[in-house]
Design a protein around this ligand. Structure first.
Ligand SMILES: Cc1cc2nc3c(=O)[nH]c(=O)nc-3n(C[C@H](O)[C@H](O)[C@H](O)COP(=O)(O)O)c2cc1C
Length: 236
């Protein structure tokens, strides 16, 4: 087995951690691995809050319903789907392309794509534009083979959640590869945690909180069960 596969199969959701420090260099490696995940249109529609200072971590652990992984972790990473960053992200990519010497044609191509993206991904006030887009796309789809862009606000959050989740998996696998352990958690009070982090209800949704630390020596993992391949895979 390759080292990557070994890390993948050894990762477990660890429920109790030892109090170890995570040096800044390790933290940066873990977060850097997260942002290397693929994302839809390379829009990287997420934000990570790395919570490690004592009082804040205690508050976040409490908002994770006092779960043991949260209470004992060295750091808690709150992964947030962020649809408020799209315009700034495409602008930043455009500036990077100009700085990096991309040809004018390539820059213009990207500008055009970004413009179309902005129109497609904008739900508009009260979702009115979203409803209009939905009707247009459904009508066109009667004749034409085409994908449906995220039209409503909830679709956009779902769209951003997919890319955020991939970044979360990268973060967990990188932690494991660097000798740490993790536990992803969706057991948290989203409303209070969002307020604590100053998130906007319009643009942000917490996808999961990841507890990171070193597995406690006293913690024994239960055996790992997975559905058999033929229950989850169809080969056509
Ligand atoms: C989206 C998501 C949410 C989860 N939420 C929690 C949680 O709130 N608390 C917890 O202890 N484990 C949580 N888990 C961990 C799962 O229980 C665990 O991954 C699963 O039982 C399989 O165990 P394994 O990861 O050790 O193979 C979550 C996992 C995922 C992917």
């Amino acid at each position: 087995m390759t080292e990557i596969l070994e890390v993948l199969v050894h990762r477990r959701a660890v429920k109790a951690f030892e109090p170890v420090e995570i040096p800044q260099v390790l933290r940066e490696q873990i977060l850097d691995a997260a942002r290397h995940a693929p994302s839809s249109f390379n829009m990287q529609p997420y934000r990570f809050f790395w919570v490690e200072s004592s009082p804040r971590k205690a508050t976040v652990a409490k908002l994770c319903l006092g779960q043991m992984p949260a209470a004992t972790a060295t750091a808690l990473v709150v992964a947030v789907a962020d649809i408020g960053s799209l315009a700034a992200t495409s602008q930043a990519q455009l500036e990077w392309m100009r700085r990096s010497g991309f040809s004018d044609a390539k820059v213009r191509d990207y500008e055009r794509t970004a413009k179309i993206g902005r129109i497609l991904f904008m739900p508009g006030p009260f979702g009115i534009f979203g409803a209009f887009k939905w009707a247009v796309f459904r009508l066109l789809n009667l004749w034409k083979t085409m994908g449906m862009p995220p039209v409503f606000h909830q679709d956009l959050l779902k769209w951003a959640t997919k890319s955020t989740s991939l970044a979360c998996e990268n973060l967990m696998i990188a932690s494991e590869a660097l000798g740490l352990n993790t536990c992803p958690m969706e057991g948290f009070d989203g409303r209070r945690l969002s307020r604590f982090l100053g998130l906007s209800t319009r643009y942000h949704e917490i996808v999961m909180v990841i507890a990171i630390g070193k597995k406690s020596a006293a913690y024994a993992e239960p055996p790992q069960w997975r559905r058999p391949l033929d229950a989850t895979v169809t080969v056509l």
